[in-house]
Every structure is written in C-alpha cells, then in structure tokens.
Ligand binder design. Structure first.
Ligand SMILES: Nc1ncnc2c1ncn2[C@@H]1O[C@H](COP(=O)(O)OP(=O)(O)OP(=O)(O)O)[C@@H](O)[C@H]1O
Length: 234
C-alpha cells in the first residue's frame, strides 16, 4: 500500500483568550492510495480540524506531517505558501457541503477552471466523468440554475477532473435529500475507485459512512480506527 499522507504524533489546539483548548492530541495516522475513510465523531470533536490540517489550511502545533509528492514522502514542516498551493492544486480535490461552485459560470467552465489551475486541458477522463455523473446534457447550463444534487455532481466532477491522489469531503451530502445523497455517494465512490483516489470524508450520516471501506472516529482528542459499535455510541 502506498502511503500518501502520514501524521506522526501531531498535536493541535486553539487559543481562546487566556486559555488553550486542545483538539487533537498525539495523533498518528496514515492515508494510503485508493483507501476510503468515513470520519465520524461528536460535534466539536475535531473532524474538520483534521481535514483542514491534511489540506494544509491549518498548521499543527507539534509532531510531523509528511505528504507524498512523486516517489517520496516529504515533511511539510518547512513548506512555504507556494508549496502548499502546488500540493493543493495537483494532489487534492475538495468537496464541501455547500458545493462552492463558481455561480456565474456554466458546468463546463466550472470543471475547466480547476483544470486550468494545473495547466491541464479537458481530457477523455473529463468526458467519462461527465457521462457517469449525468452532466453531459448540462455542460452549457449555468450552475446556479441546477438542483442541489446536480450541483453536487458538478462539484464531484471538478474535484476529480485532475485525478488527485486525495479527496477531502466535508459532509458532501449534507444539503441533499436522502435519495440524491445516496446517488451522489455511489457516484463519488465509483469514480474515486476508477481514479485510484483516497477519500477522507467527514459525515454524521450512518448511511454515507457505509459507502467507505474504513471508519475513523474522533473522540477525546484521539482517533479510533474501525471502532466497535459500542465506541460509536460513546
Ligand atoms: N479557528 C478556530 N479557532 C478557535 N477554535 C476553533 C477553530 N476551529 C475549530 N475550533 C474549535 O475546535 C474544536 C473542533 O472543531 P471542529 O470544527 O474541528 O469540530 P467538528 O468535529 O468538525 O465539529 P462539527 O461536527 O460540529 O462540524 C471546536 O471546539 C471548535 O470550536
């Protein structure tokens, strides 16, 4: 199994006035190529914080994070902004609950925009993505006029268009009804498998978690890998 991100004994907390609030304590984990993980845990336990650390949107207080670029894992401790930007553009796809599409643009331009950031052109893979996501007839439609399920399918196409090694998803079906949510989960997992992408997905939904191969549960500043049902209930 090829490791793409490793965290080694990392700590993260936030300062609140005079006090310090520890969120993740001495956490070690490895994300590997093609692995899919549901990240669950109580509200405020640190799920989004973990996603933000792995995406380079939050720094760690101590410990070591390493990220694969090419043939090797590199420590990010000395990375400058431009190295984080390059990592995010090339290696990362992000899917949010609120879709975060460029609303004045049509479907094709939303996907093309993300490719252009990597100096990539529209490829047969993009045609395949659109086909499987049911977006081909919608390519010239403005995204603001699409339904929630359609918009989330555009967000998935955009996140996967450059075949990133890692997809970070934060409640990707949180704004969708049950049926659209399950359809989006099926498409996301099928397409990520075709592209050999790892998915780390925050979810509060048991149905969504079932689509992932693994479950990581955040509680008491720790991550429990593949928890028992007793641990999930607390
Ligand atoms: N930028 C910040 N400044 C201060 N505190 C923060 C910041 N970001 C997160 N926190 C705190 O860290 C803790 C973990 O927050 P986080 O958003 O990671 O939780 P979560 O598990 O994703 O919660 P939810 O399921 O409610 O979205 C919370 O107590 C939150 O208030």
């Amino acid at each position: 199994m090829t490791s793409i991100v490793t965290l080694n004994s990392i700590n993260k907390g936030f300062r609140d006035g005079e006090s310090f609030h520890s969120v993740l304590s001495n956490v070690s984990l490895t994300l590997t190529q093609g692995q899919t993980i549901a990240l669950t845990g109580p509200s405020g336990s640190g799920k989004s914080t973990l996603l933000n650390i792995i995406g380079g949107f939050e720094t760690i207080d101590s410990g070591e994070m390493r990220i694969r670029q090419g043939d090797a894992l590199h420590s990010v401790s000395q990375w400058q902004d431009h190295q984080w930007s390059q990592y995010r553009r090339k290696n990362l796809g992000v899917i949010f609950q609120q879709f975060n599409l460029l609303t004045p643009l049509n479907v094709r331009d939303n996907i093309q925009f993300s490719l252009a950031l990597n100096q990539l052109n529209w490829s047969p893979w993009c045609d395949q993505l659109c086909q499987q996501l049911g977006l081909t007839p919608l390519l010239n439609r403005s995204v603001e006029n699409l339904s929630g399920g359609q918009q989330q399918r555009v967000a998935i196409a955009r996140a996967l268009a450059h075949k990133p090694q890692l997809i970070l998803a934060d409640e990707p079906t949180g704004n969708l009804d049950q049926q659209a949510g399950m359809q989006v989960m099926q498409l996301l997992t099928d397409l990520a498998k075709q592209a050999n992408c790892c998915i780390l997905m925050v979810t509060h939904s048991e149905e969504c978690a079932q689509f992932m191969q693994h479950r990581w549960h955040v509680e008491n500043q720790q991550i429990i890998v593949n928890p028992s049902s007793t641990q999930l209930q607390g």
